[in-house]
Design a protein around this ligand. Structure first.
Ligand code: OTU
Length: 613
């Protein structure tokens, strides 16, 4: 268990990394000292403006507040979950009944008019999407959630803003100050040179990383969609503007920020511009400022990169533990799905075994699905095999979830690149686990039970793995894919809307259940969540040790007392148990020496003694 963490009451001065890292980034720029002192003054203003209720939270909150095993997350679009921010507030009792204590609402800031990548093209960081409510509604929702013991996590889209953001409009109007907020190439050869090393995020719907803009008399850097203009973080004004925007949101009551597309921030010629050292200096400076002004607030890196590239996002060396508090373990998520497709528990076992140790008061986000595709390339290194892990084909995994061959999955490919290498897969958990297909199968009881077992296996893994587990909206009632986007001209091009269904409600506290499967999944998931919340061995930062198991099985010990076992094959497999006596926490049975695992079974066993009876 971590030592009693230090108090969060802000010290008289900001953590030294604020100045150290800002000097490394911008110290060469003209007038840096005066700029830095002015920045400190603005930060003190934001400290003074921080509401007393939030300062009380700062004072009482421990540095490890988010590490408790009772922290279970939920991720949802405001409009698809509650219609508006007020609708979300009305459904807080429902979230409480699910055991949720961390709510990630997808972007609710004012987005670009028209297509806006689900809100990830931000036109105003300080305003709320008028279709969802207003700033007062946001402040009220944060207070309502706080009273209910739920912490709001908000996206902070810091790599880019919308092309109709005031900064971009001013730049297009010829203002040189704001033109410098963006990366503008005036020469096609320059663009071609940069492109040679850059990755393609949307090779199918938005190929290339630059968009020509007549008004800008050049090409603007657009890693994502053409209307998402990458911000120039080598410009200290961008740092200041974005820091102040984040802290103003923190002073409205946001307690966690999902730093979107964090890996892309710093552009360096001759590289893929991913995960650059300067990106970490930026994040460490942001962390230092946040810790000074709003110490109760945490930062979550959204860096969908192989897990070996993730430790720097928590801070290394002199900055160890001084960058982000959380990061998505997308490698374990994709490894779980790979295991399900191939019947190989050894794949997530290898990923868990090689998961890097993290600083104190820092951890992973564990998840099954989210609003994005499953991005298979994060597992490229593991798929080529290493040590005892036999190679596996990510293309075969993706094909399984696209329903190829005898698969009963109903996922769909996302952004298949022209070169054909596997990119991503879309689909709700129900569709990927075969439950959608089973629901339409005549003699469906067997198919339903098998699909439901696979579904629950995936969530029992996310709930037991080291980290903070986040449930994706609709999974808790086994919602299917939503195909309606195909007939919506504004969304038809964007396959990820397949797994962004609307929640239907009987009442604000009870969603509409589609069928008996939805009811069984709802009941079973709540049982696993309640179980997790009673087990200190499942704290985010509790140890995790993978133990030997048959190839089809993943088994790991948490704090040497909670043994989680998952059979990723359809066949029965016998699992030899470590010495001792174990209580199966679902079957409430005492076990020792071995456990027969049904197909796709998940078991959590608690050690009752070190010695067999
Ligand atoms: C993030 O995506 C968001 O989660 C996506 O919903 C946005 O489209 C995107 O940024 C632009 O804001 O940045 O670290 O499906 O997984 O683009 C990787 C592709 C990201 C996303 C990827 C991800």
């Amino acid at each position: 268990m971590p030592d009693t963490p230090m108090s969060l009451i802000p010290p008289a001065l900001p953590p030294h990394l604020l100045e150290t890292q800002l000097r490394r980034l911008y110290g060469h720029s003209e007038g840096f000292d005066a700029w830095f002192l002015a920045l400190l003054a603005r930060l003190r203003d934001l400290q003074a403006l921080r509401p007393s209720t939030l300062r009380a939270l700062d004072a009482q909150r421990r540095a490890d507040w988010f590490c408790d095993q009772r922290m279970v997350g939920y991720c949802a679009y405001v409009d698809r979950f509650g219609g508006t921010l007020r609708g979300v507030a009305e459904r807080v009792p429902y979230l409480q009944s699910l055991g949720v204590r961390y709510l990630h609402l997808l972007p609710f800031t004012r987005p670009r008019a028209g297509d806006n990548d689900g809100g990830f093209a931000v036109a105003d960081y300080d305003d709320v999407d008028p279709t969802l409510g207003n700033v007062d509604d946001l402040v009220a929702l944060c207070a309502r959630l706080r009273d209910a013991g739920i912490s709001l996590c908000s996206d902070f889209v810091l790599n880019h803003c919308a092309e109709d953001h005031a900064w971009a409009r001013a730049a297009r109007a010829g203002d040189p100050h704001y033109r410098a907020y963006f990366h503008v190439m005036e020469d096609a050869a320059d663009v071609a040179d940069w492109e040679t090393r850059l990755r393609q995020v949307f090779p199918h719907t938005a190929p290339g990383n630059f968009t020509h803009c007549e008004a800008m008399q050049g090409w603007v850097w657009t890693t994502f969609y053409p209307y998402q203009w990458d911000l120039n973080w080598s410009n200290r004004e961008v740092f200041a503007e974005m820091l102040f925007a984040l802290l103003r949101a923190a002073n409205r009551g946001v307690e966690a920020f999902r730093l979107d597309s964090t890996g892309f921030l710093w552009k360096r010629r001759g590289t893929d511009c991913m995960n650059q050292a300067e990106t970490h200096w930026i994040l460490q400076a942001l962390r230092a400022a946040v810790q000074w002004v709003a110490p109760a607030v945490i930062l979550k890196a959204e860096a969908i990169v192989p897990m070996r590239e993730l430790p720097p996002y928590f801070g290394e060396g002199e900055a160890r533990g001084q960058e982000c508090h959380l990061a998505y373990h997308s490698s374990l998520m994709t490894a779980g799905w790979s295991a399900l497709a191939l019947g190989r528990g050894d794949i997530p076992a290898a990923v868990l075994h090689h998961t890097p140790a993290l600083p104190a008061n820092a951890g992973w986000i564990q998840y099954v699905r989210c609003h994005d595709d499953i991005g298979w390339p994060v597992l490229a290194a593991e798929s080529s095999g290493s040590g005892r892990l036999r190679p596996f084909a990510l293309a075969a995994v993706a094909a399984h979830f696209h329903g190829v061959g005898d698969s009963d999955a109903e996922g769909e490919p996302f952004q298949t690149a022209p070169t054909g290498e596997v990119h991503g897969s879309n689909g709700m958990t129900a569709a990927l686990c075969g439950l959608s297909r089973a629901r339409r199968t005549p003699d469906r009881q067997t198919a339903l039970r098998c699909a439901e077992t696979r579904f629950l296996l995936m969530y029992a893994l996310a709930l037991a793995a080291p980290g903070l587990p986040v449930i994706y909206m609709g999974d808790e009632i086994a919602l299917d894919n939503d195909h309606s986007y195909r007939s919506d001209p504004a969304r038809a091009h964007e396959g990820r809307w397949l797994h962004r269904p609307l929640m239907a409600w009987q009442s604000p506290s009870q969603p509409q259940l589609a069928d008996a499967s939805a009811s069984r999944i709802q009941t079973e998931l709540r049982t696993w969540i309640n179980l997790r919340q009673s087990l200190p061995a499942l704290r985010l930062d509790a140890s995790c040790t993978v133990i030997d198991a048959p190839t089809a099985v993943l088994a790991f010990l948490r704090e040497n007392s909670l043994l989680a076992i998952f059979n990723f094959s359809k066949q029965m497999v016998a699992m030899a148990l470590p010495q001792g006596t174990w209580r199966d926490l679902r079957a409430d049975a005492l076990l020792h020496s071995s456990l027969p695992l049904e197909g796709y079974a998940a078991h959590w066993l608690q050690r009752t003694s070190e010695t067999p009876p």
